[in-house]
Ligand binder design. Structure first.
Ligand code: ASP
Ligand code: MG
Length: 470
């Protein structure tokens, strides 16, 4: 049993669709039970959201123009797909009907001048409903038995519109009743990613990029042998190739390492979206639609090889390092709690924390755009301590970056930190703060933003590559 998810760039135009058909055909020859999950064509979800927002501003011309663009893009793609004539007729009328619906919905939004989260989900999930019909049509034309499935009848969620949470038991029952019989018949269901519905049948979405989530949910309830995420890169890389051109694809990564990488800015799967698969230990493979012979990266629970001391390096820029310091903070309980409460009250995300053991300072990293807000909030919260001189200084260093080195063996391998610091030292890069606490599979350093790319290259060259070949 295989779940294969194709993202927006994998169905960007007719040529891409043809590529996907070939990949599914090859997989079907080996594994007769396949569920396909598909996203909207690339850029379509953004356009649908823009359409809804234009309607909310009362801009009739704008939403009509976007609707017309979407209509011609989808119809042109269908024309180029050379579908079986009968299928083609059905697919074209579905596209026309749905986009006519879009126009009606937008007109209502424009009249009311109000776009509710519920209305936005209805509109933004439309792209997936078009692409399933197109892909199922293309698979059928190629001689495979296939059927489009709208996840409204499959993925049951709560009503947290825009970021709904799946109700796994209900979903399990629906999948058992609809998908399993199809699979038994040798039919390939092509399911809309991203969307779900409440128990009452109201359309919801799982959050941007939510098609991966759909694949993991279906893979989990079907206990798939593997979930494949087909995208436009060869898998997870050792570093961002725009910064480190010699970056390499990692054959195997743990779910924890992948989560850590995405937290620290790498464009990999969102940890929440892979959770259903990770919890059941279902392997998940990231593969490239445009280089489909490449094995990609396999995400697993436990690694098969031990070589995991340091695997990848990633960075986040445009951050500020905030420091709260004072000799009077020594042994005074509650300062850290109040510091972070003051930050949280402004809704600011803290990316990394470090406290010296002398307890005379706490430093932490926040997005640079929020640093002034954070400073003001801290000065207000700690007003009394400042007056009493227990807290002597609250300051920020702007223009910093976090560089994180990730690998599940990070903390159990002696000398890793030494190698990292040596590599940075050799480049003359100054380290402003360090943290290993957030997880035992990452070591993060705060450095000046202008050093970030150099630091990343140095770590890749002097630490990661030597470790990989050891
Ligand atoms: N089409 C949706 C989006 O762009 C879902 C996805 O691509 O995964 O967010
Ligand atoms: Mg997308």
């Amino acid at each position: 049993m295989l779940v294969m998810k194709f993202g927006g760039s994998s169905v960007g135009d007719a040529k891409c669709f043809a590529q996907v058909v070939q990949i599914v055909q090859e997989a079907y020859a080996k594994d007769r039970e396949i569920v396909v999950v598909v996203s909207a064509m690339s850029g379509v979800t953004n356009k649908l959201i823009a359409c809804a927002q234009a309607a909310a501003r009362g801009e009739h011309e704008t939403y009509q123009r976007i609707k017309a663009e979407l209509l011609s893009r989808h119809l042109e793609t269908v024309a180029a797909l050379e579908l079986d004539p009968k299928i083609r007729l059905d697919v074209c009328s579905l596209i026309e009907d749905r986009l006519y619906d879009l126009e009606r919905w937008c007109r209502s939004v424009a009249i009311l001048r109000e776009l509710t989260p519920r209305g936005l989900d209805l509109i933004s999930s439309l792209g997936e409903r078009l692409s399933v019909a197109m892909l199922a049509g293309a698979l059928s034309t190629a001689g495979l038995k296939s059927q489009p499935v709208e996840a409204t009848s499959l993925v049951v969620t709560d009503d947290n519109f825009g970021e709904a949470t799946p109700l796994m038991d209900e979903t399990q029952a629906r999948v058992q009743a609809t998908l399993v019989p199809m699979l038994r018949r040798g039919c390939i269901p092509v399911v809309t990613g991203f969307m779900g519905a409440t128990k009452e049948g109201v359309i919801t979405t799982l959050g941007r990029g939510g098609s991966d989530y759909t694949a993991a949910i279906l893979g989990a309830v079907l206990k798939a042998d593997e979930i494949q995420i087909w995208t436009d890169v060869d898998g997870i890389l050792t570093a961002d190739p725009r910064i480190v051109p010699e970056a390499q694809t990692l054959p195997e990564v743990t779910f924890r390492e992948a989560a850590e990488l995405s937290y620290f800015g790498a464009k990999v799967l969102h940890p929440k979206t892979v959770m259903p698969a990770a919890e059941l230990g279902i392997p998940l493979r990231i593969v490239n639609t445009f280089n489909h012979k490449h094995p990609g990266t396999l995400l697993v629970h436990t690694l098969s090889s031990a070589n995991s001391a340091a695997k990848a390096v990633t960075q986040i820029k445009d951050l500020s390092l905030i420091t709260v310091e004072g000799r009077g903070m020594l042994g005074v309980p509650g300062i850290a709690a109040r510091t972070f409460a003051a930050v949280a009250r402004r809704g600011v995300n803290v990316l990394m924390i470090s406290q010296s053991s002398s307890e005379q300072n706490i430093c932490f990293v926040v997005p640079a755009a929020r640093s002034q807000t954070v400073l003001a909030s801290l000065r207000q919260e700690l007003e009394l301590e400042i007056a009493r001189r227990n807290v002597e200084r609250i300051s920020s260093v702007d223009d910093v970056a976090i560089m994180a080195v990730i690998g599940s063996g990070m903390c159990h391998t002696p000398g890793m930190a030494g190698r990292i610091f040596t590599a940075l030292g050799a480049e003359g890069i100054n380290i402003l703060a360090v943290a290993q606490g957030s997880s035992d599979c990452n070591l993060s350093v705060v450095i000046s933003r202008q050093d970030a790319d150099n630091a990343t290259r140095a770590i890749h060259r002097d630490v990661l590559m030597p470790v990989r070949s050891e």
